[in-house]
Design a binder for this molecule. Structure first.
Ligand code: 5GP
Length: 214
């Protein structure tokens, strides 16, 4: 459609949650790379950068004083403590994307997704990525050798509790095959973008159609 009003959309807040070691980062980074109207929310965190992570691309790495200052300034849409570190989603870039009719993707934990969806129920879409099994998840966590045995046990126990709450999510994707899981995530994004409430160009367009002389 060449009609320029057809580009008017209401963006969505796409939240992708999963236990660690389920491939969430690869799925979300690819979805953002493939869609110019979808922006990754870059969280602020007090944890140290891991090898290969870059300031401003993966996270904004801040110290605890700075994080506290940002909380006091009401700079976060939500923030949470995850495994002893603080993480928060900065409000300003999220609002700027929504104002331009663009969407925002959050690579976020369970509690953060629940907070945002309570805050913006009409805009929030919650997706949970399931591991094929806890044994496979444990294998991946050991393979990436970032965590101690104790932390891995904690992550597995937390995964069990989260997965038991699966009915709080709008969509669930089983990541036993990356390409299929990615296709499902992309379908979810496309279908959500096509929902009537997000196609704000439709009302004036339909009015024009129905006013048309025949
Ligand atoms: P990691 O330290 O492994 O990068 O992230 C640990 C967990 O914190 C992941 O589940 C990640 O999705 C989550 N996380 C990252 N940023 C945020 C945020 O801004 N808010 C919340 N609530 N969780 C976050």
């Amino acid at each position: 459609m060449s009609n320029d009003v057809a580009t008017e959309h209401r963006g969505l807040l796409l939240m992708v949650v999963s236990p660690s070691g389920v491939g969430k980062t690869s799925l979300t980074r690819r979805l953002v790379a493939d869609h110019s109207d979808l922006h990754l929310s870059i969280s602020a965190t007090t944890r140290d950068p891991r090898p290969g992570e870059h300031e401003g691309r993966d996270y904004h790495f801040v110290d605890r004083d700075m994080f506290k200052h940002m909380v006091d300034e009401d700079a976060f849409l939500e923030w949470a403590e995850v495994y002893g570190n603080f993480y928060g989603s900065p409000k300003a870039p999220i609002m700027a994307s929504l104002e331009q009719g663009q969407s925002v993707l959050f690579d976020i934990d369970f509690q953060g997704a629940m907070k945002i969806s309570a805050h913006a129920p009409d805009d929030a879409v919650k997706v949970y990525i399931l591991p094929p099994s806890l044994a496979e998840m444990s294998r991946r966590l050991h393979a990436r050798s970032q965590d101690s045995e104790e932390v891995i046990a904690m992550r597995l126990a937390r995964a069990k509790t989260e997965i038991a709450d699966w009915e709080r999510f709008d969509y669930l994707i089983l990541n036993d095959d990356f390409d299929r899981a990615y296709a499902e995530l992309a379908h979810i994004y496309h279908a959500e973008r096509l929902k009537r409430v997000r196609q704000t160009w439709i009302a004036p367009f339909v009015k024009k159609l129905t006013d048309e002389a025949i």
